[in-house]
Write a protein that binds this ligand. Sequence first.
Ligand SMILES: [Zn+2]
Ligand SMILES: [Zn+2]
Length: 237
Amino acid sequence: MLALEFIGFTYVTNFLTTGLEQVIFDVFDSANRLFRDWGLPVRFLYLDSLTLEPGYLITIRTPEGSINLYPLEVLVDFLDYRLKVEMEKNDGLEMNKIFGITSFPLASRNRYFDFYESFLGYQTERLDRRIMVLSMRPFESDVLRVALRVLESPHEDEMTKKLAKMVVRREMEILRSRLLKGILHEVGHAFGLGHCSNSCVMNPPRNIWEWDTRPVAYCDSCWRKLRRGLNEASGDL
Ligand SMILES: [Zn+2]
Ligand SMILES: [Zn+2]
């Protein structure tokens, strides 16, 4: 029996509608269920949400207009700090990685990442610690955003709200699947997987529609490599 390796899991936000928050909990559960079903000795450990001070927000101009966000550098610092606190508790869990989902687009102070760069998240290493960040933003459809706004508005009639609710239910399902695949993709990288060209979450898409055609799975070759990477990580060959 392999020792389980844990990845701290949190989300970074200063505002999230309840529906979107539920999506994060759903994908957390789904990912852990998949890891277990696939016999991979890795699990996410929920570490509460991180709230950042609005003072860290920056405004950047993009081809789609100005947006407010936390720079990637700040997100990484906060996640790394959170991970260090958890590791110092030293409660016997094997854990040197953290995964943060954010409701903000990913961008650096220095330049705006275009869609394809920011799409599948970012990860970096600090000494023996690995920090992963994934934004929900590229996975959210415009339709979902509009429907959520309708639901929150006091000025819409019952019929419109009913329609909006149906749209939200369908779009949330799509969001869940996109996000879950994004999580599996980043976890794959964290344990040594590169990109592949099979029908697989490690096959990077050129756009969101291509992403929707990927299965919620690693191909056989990636799965084998991932297992090997995990065995090496836990020192059990
Ligand atoms: Zn990738
Ligand atoms: Zn693959």
